[in-house]
Design a binder for this molecule. Structure first.
Ligand SMILES: [Zn+2]
Length: 90
């Protein structure tokens, strides 16, 4: 079973988009690091994955822009704005 089958809970404190860092220029293996911005949207996967899990993740304004521009809303799923009161209720 792969790690991808285990879905993380939605994090309303931090954008959950993962970036791939590093390249052939850095002479290192690429690694993933998480965006640190406060989330503005929740992205839901339209289709369940192979294991039957259906993902959702928090995503910030910047990443949401990228998400829309790269066509992921069509290919993956819609974005729902995080309600302001959800962020304050902690
Ligand atoms: Zn982000």
């Amino acid at each position: 079973m792969s790690d991808e089958a285990v879905m993380k809970p939605i994090d309303l404190d931090q954008c959950q988009r993962m970036f791939r860092k590093g390249s052939f220029m850095s002479l290192g293996k690429p690694y993933e690091c998480q965006c640190k911005e406060p989330p503005a949207y929740i992205a839901f996967e339209r289709h369940p994955r192979d294991g039957g899990t259906q993902g959702a993740m928090s995503i910030c304004e910047e990443c949401a822009k990228y998400y829309r521009e790269s066509g992921m809303v069509e290919s993956s799923g819609p974005l729902y704005p995080v309600k302001q009161r959800d962020k304050e209720a902690k």
